[in-house]
Design a protein around this ligand. Structure first.
Ligand code: URA
Length: 211
């Protein structure tokens, strides 16, 4: 079965699971190239995403998508999703219970896509991979897990709130091509850049990968 078919099967399974929280909202499963190297993961869909059933289509999403295009990539060269796949009412943060309930589906989505690089957007998504990491301290650092690298970033909604955050978000975004080269194993002299930090082992931040 190809990856797109497997993802479709997983989506149907999610639609059939009536025990998940936030059932009053639409399922926003994710979109993009199921064969991609890079997977972006946000926290939960907002109102616009709920209406369109697509991830990152509001203001924050436009900022994310613009930065992807500015790297010379197409939006559907990558895959975009969230940990929690339904909109929490009043745009509140997802609760721990909601994150726990949706986590297994994200794990399976990651297994199917098998990306080389995961980009968690914001602290909720980052803490799924790196439970002890702090977003302002650790965004922009490259971490190495078993089968992929992780480059946490500020959430684009945070970047929209101020110049310092925006500069940080854009600077980390510009590291992505170098980080990806590292992740796909391009030889050192080609990919080494002052912009890219040495990858850290997950253990350096005493973090474990959730499976
Ligand atoms: N914020 C998120 O975390 N995800 C979306 O899909 C939209 C906004």
């Amino acid at each position: 079965m190809d990856k797109a078919t497997e993802l479709d099967k997983l989506k149907k399974e999610m639609e059939g699971n009536k025990t998940l929280p936030l059932m009053g909202a639409n399922l926003v499963f994710g979109e993009g190239n199921s064969d991609c190297d890079i997977l972006f993961i946000g926290e939960a869909p907002g109102m616009n995403e709920d209406r369109e059933r697509r991830p990152f289509v509001g203001r924050a999403g436009q900022l994310l998508r613009k930065n992807i295009r500015e790297l010379g990539w197409k939006e559907n060269d990558v895959y975009i999703t969230n940990i929690v796949k339904r909109h929490p009412p009043e745009n509140r943060d997802p609760s721990q219970e909601e994150i726990e309930a949706y986590k297994p589906y994200l794990a399976r989505q990651i297994d199917i896509i098998a990306p080389k690089m995961i980009v968690p957007l914001g602290r909720f998504s980052m803490n799924y991979f790196l439970p002890l990491a702090k977003i302002t301290r650790d965004q922009g650092k490259l971490f190495q897990a078993d089968t992929y690298f992780i480059l946490p970033m500020l959430h684009p909604a945070a970047a929209l709130r101020g110049t310092t955050a925006m500069n940080m978000f854009e600077a980390t975004f510009k590291k992505l091509p170098y980080a990806l080269k590292k992740a796909i194993g391009v030889p050192e002299e080609v990919e080494e850049s002052q912009e890219t930090q040495k990858p850290k082992k997950l253990e350096d931040v005493q973090a474990k990968l959730f499976k």
